[in-house]
Design a protein around this ligand. Structure first.
Ligand SMILES: Cc1cc2nc3c(=O)[nH]c(=O)nc-3n(C[C@H](O)[C@H](O)[C@H](O)COP(=O)(O)OP(=O)(O)OC[C@H]3O[C@@H](n4cnc5c(N)ncnc54)[C@H](O)[C@@H]3O)c2cc1C
Length: 428
């Protein structure tokens, strides 16, 4: 079986690995628009549901070798003072309850590891290969044929148009993110006690404020740090990313924790990203073409789940197509096309509810993070500060503190679920 994947982002590469890990492996061609792999992006979190897949791919140690850092705590702070509202233990606790660790990494390092692994397993990658239409005609006129085509071409997917039969651009959320990094030595030079404390902790630090929040964590073995500043969108609607204005950034966070302001003033550059998401698409599959990741369910990044979901999608597609190829009754020359459609429909069924809950969860997280000062915010902070006493096993009106929601999100074993629910299709 030949699988053609449009897009070598994190989701497309996960799909390539999963397809090549089948026994026997599927033939995989990845078509990537960029002429070369640029170190795009800044930090990215790998919550336990993503690290579990990495473990299943045998890549956990490699990720650590290239600088992934295991997070010990998730700390929420008050925007104006930096005072800690609550400290959620991750570290050993994440491993114990969700079965996997919570890590952070530079996106470029993550992509490089997945790319090398996909290539080592035998996936073929064509760069500078921009898919324009699906029956896969490339911009340079070249036609590419595959038994299954996977649209892993991200937020502004062209494959999505093909599947839906109409344009369906992502929806602006009204928020944007500045993303920037700095080096540890740059921050150490400040000789600021409070900044040094932040550098010494392996924590995800979040400052919560009205309409805005800020996230800070280490990458590259703690030799660099990632800062994400979220604020209301002021980019024109046709602009997706833009160079951030450092003065604007400082002004935006006036009146915030002085330690955070010190960090912001250290940034020498930051990219501004328009944040989009998508309401549920009516379908992700048309014949032998399926969408994954941001092409099918782009989300606000407020639960750190966009790439995690893309990686899960890719793992499921590879697993299911591998099972199909291994079934000589279903996978035959005459009925192969129909069987691929049936298999991809099963993928859609397995993934749609989970990813929809996830996109909506990020919308709730936006409300939770951005409450204006007042009674609701005081109530939120009070509820959060009471959580550690209940040892994180209780329910909460906010997903962030709700043990059941977090377990379903982070403790879910995607491949075990796919194995269980595909049994009927492949074993009769
Ligand atoms: C500020 C911010 C912070 C985030 N933080 C996190 C986080 O902490 N954790 C997390 O899990 N997620 C996070 N995300 C979300 C995450 O980055 C995305 O959800 C994820 O990268 C989507 O992966 P993908 O493979 O679907 O798409 P992409 O990574 O966008 O990859 C798409 C690929 O397709 C290629 N392509 C596009 N069009 C074509 C074409 N026509 N032909 C061929 N190739 C094409 C592109 O060049 C690209 O390589 C964050 C996002 C933002 C904006």
């Amino acid at each position: 079986m030949h699988v053609v994947i449009a897009g070598a982002g994190l989701g497309g590469l996960s799909c390539a690995i999963a397809c090549r890990k089948c026994d026997p492996p599927l033939k995989v061609t990845i078509l990537e628009r960029s002429p070369e792999f640029q170190p795009i992006g800044a930090g990215i979190q790998l919550p336990p549901n993503a690290t579990r897949i990495m473990e299943q791919y045998g890549l956990l140690e490699t990720l650590k070798d290239v600088g992934a850092v295991v997070m010990q705590n998730h700390t929420l702070r008050r925007y104006s003072t930096g005072e800690v509202i609550v400290n959620k233990p991750l570290g050993a606790r994440a491993k114990q309850i969700y079965g996997a660790e919570w890590m952070v990494i530079h996106r470029a390092d993550y992509q490089r590891v997945l790319l090398q692994h996909a290539q080592n397993l035998g996936a073929e990658i064509q760069t500078g290969a921009e898919v324009e239409k699906v029956c896969l005609i490339l911009k340079d006129g070249q036609r590419v044929y595959g038994d299954a085509v996977i649209g892993a071409d991200g937020l502004w997917s062209v494959t999505r148009e093909h599947v839906l039969g109409r344009p369906s651009p992502p929806v602006e959320t009204g928020d944007l993110a500045y993303r920037g990094t700095f080096t540890r030595s740059q921050l150490r030079q400040l000789n600021d006690e409070k900044v040094n404390k932040l550098l010494d902790d392996s924590n995800i630090q979040v400052w919560l404020g009205p309409e805005k929040h800020v996230v800070f964590y280490p990458v590259r073995n703690g030799t660099e740090f990632n800062l994400v500043l979220i604020r209301p969108d002021n980019l024109p609607s046709n602009v997706r990313t833009f160079h951030g204005n450092l003065e604007e950034m400082k002004d935006d966070f006036e009146g915030w924790d002085p330690t955070l302001r010190t960090l912001i003033s250290c940034l020498s550059s930051a990219l501004k990203w328009k944040l989009c998401h998508h309401s549920e698409l009516e379908t992700w599959v048309k014949d032998s073409v399926a969408l994954l990741g941001d092409a099918s369910h782009p989300t606000l990044p407020y639960q750190a789940q966009g790439a995690a979901m893309a990686v899960e999608d890719g793992a499921v597609i590879g697993f299911l197509l591998g099972r199909l190829q291994g079934n000589p009754v279903l996978w035959s020359e005459e009925s192969g096309k129909d069987a691929i459609t049936t298999t991809l429909k099963l993928y859609e069924k397995l993934r749609k509810q989970r990813t929809t809950v996830n996109v909506l969860g990020a919308v709730q997280a936006r409300v939770f993070y951005h409450l204006p000062d007042g009674s609701e915010q005081l109530e939120r902070d009070r509820l959060l500060s009471e959580l550690p006493e209940s040892r994180w096993e209780s329910r909460s009106k906010w997903n962030w503190g709700d043990a059941e929601y977090q377990q379903a999100l982070l403790g879910f074993d995607t491949l075990a679920d796919a194995a269980e629910h595909s049994h009927k299709l492949f074993e009769g």
